[in-house]
Design a protein around this ligand. Structure first.
Ligand code: PRP
Length: 188
């Protein structure tokens, strides 16, 4: 429904410029190494696709599917890995690619889980972070944008699985009809 879509928060051209900037920093930092990019599905699939095509270094890919929940609300403190990595990351340089860091619980859990597998290094690249919502702080080496605590969609981010294919990051209008039964909240 189009009336669900509110103001553009980050325009397509600004996202693309940031992706190039992040890719340049990553290519520079991992010069001479073979990087393992790990996308956290589903939200990261578009950001990862654009980011990887701007890299000038060799990369390999893997994906995980994670879900955070608890007390009927999203990000309630319990994270489950629904689909694990296919490859062994021991001794590899791993870069986790995420669309958004909200509470930080998902990434904290995944990083601890990955650390136990003894990678050579592990860093995070996230397009968006909501600093006001962070409950479990985590270092993000490559960050696109800090944004206010609004429910945003587009560029991989969904509302009830819709709008992931939008080219910009857009605020979802907070009307009663937009209340999510799944997350029991308007906020991501
Ligand atoms: C979103 C996002 C992160 C997580 C961030 O995923 O892609 O993985 O929430 O939240 P946190 O920092 O509070 O843990 P979501 O569960 O919406 O699934 P999706 O990627 O399939 O949209």
């Amino acid at each position: 429904m189009d009336n669900e879509i509110g103001d553009v928060m980050i325009a397509e051209e600004d996202i693309q410029a940031k992706v190039k900037q992040l890719a340049s920093a990553i290519s520079n930092d991992y010069q001479g190494k073979e990087l393992m990019l790990v996308g956290i599905l589903k939200g990261a699939f578009i950001f990862l696709s654009d980011l990887c095509r701007e890299l000038s270094i060799p990369v390999k890919f893997d994906f995980i599917v994670a879900s955070s929940y608890g007390s009927g609300k999203k990000s309630g403190g319990v994270v489950r890995i629904l689909k694990d990595l296919d490859v062994d990351i021991k001794g590899k340089d791993v870069l986790i690619v995420e669309d958004i860091v909200d509470s930080g619980l998902t990434l904290n859990y995944i990083c601890k889980n990955f650390q136990a597998r003894q990678p050579a290094s592990i860093e995070i690249c996230a397009l968006l972070r909501k600093p006001d919502d962070v409950r479990s702080p985590i270092e993000i080496k490559y960050l696109g944008f800090d944004i206010p605590s609004e429910f945003v969609v587009g560029y991989g981010l969904d509302y009830a699985e819709k709008y992931r294919n939008r080219k910009d990051i857009t605020v979802l209008n907070k009307t009663p009809g937009n209340y999510s039964e799944k997350t029991q909240t308007f906020r991501r």
